[in-house]
Design a protein around this ligand. Sequence first.
Ligand code: SF4
Length: 107
Amino acid sequence: MAIDSNFDQNRERAGEENGVAVWGPVEPPEKLGIHGTHVAVDYDICLADGACLENCPVDVFTWVDTPDHPVSEKKVEPTNEDQCIDCMLCVDICPVDAIDVDASRQA
Ligand code: SF4
């Protein structure tokens, strides 16, 4: 299952972590929601492949620990989403379609 590209309409904003919005539902440690707005990562799909973080030309992503999450115990946070240049590399490279990028969505 891929990230819902209409999450900003279909989900409630549940708060903020590491400077980015979190879209619920959030029920840790199993459900962690979607992190980010312009650059959004579905934490419940992300399996910590890391290709997005290693290849983003402007270093948008940082690792965060997510102990006891059933898919992976770390995730990529779009910490620097305001620097995104919309190259779409991360969207294309993610093996599980956990990332959506849309410049019309602003935090
Ligand atoms: S779209 Fe490009 S610049 Fe933006 S976060 Fe993804 S890889 Fe980085």
